[in-house]
Write a protein that binds this ligand. Structure first.
Ligand SMILES: [Zn+2]
Length: 122
């Protein structure tokens, strides 16, 4: 655990952010929504934003989480449950991309291949 070291390196501003984080955690019941674990808790967006919030600074992210909490879109999960869920979500996104990608390929094939009249519902 390097949490002591991390706290020493924190600015006052991010210490406040850490306080907000702790407050949010307690508002969400302080335990994993799925398995009830109280260790390694992480925030999870019920309706994800494609991990765009991971590009924010730690401070901005905390306030982003507060907004999501107010909107009822925030869940508390342990690292294990969160990992499983995130994998499932990114797999779904990959499938989505694959699907739209293959549609692109087939429309290219339609223009270069034989003149098959093929109307697609776009
Ligand atoms: Zn869990």
């Amino acid at each position: 655990m390097r949490s002591g070291e991390r706290i020493r390196n924190m600015s006052l501003r991010s210490l406040r952010a850490a306080g907000v984080r702790a407050w949010l955690r307690s508002q969400l019941g302080g335990r994993c929504r799925k398995c009830g674990a109280t260790d390694h808790l992480e925030f999870h967006l019920k309706v994800g934003d494609g991990a765009k919030h991971h590009l924010m600074s730690a401070k901005d992210r905390v306030y982003f989480y507060v907004q999501q909490f107010v909107a009822g879109n925030l869940d508390l999960l342990c690292g294990g449950c969160h990992g499983l869920l995130t994998v499932a979500q990114s797999r779904a996104r990959r499938l989505e991309r694959l699907y739209s990608g293959s549609r692109g390929v087939s429309s290219v094939a339609a223009t270069t291949g034989t003149s098959t009249p093929h109307t697609r519902l776009e």
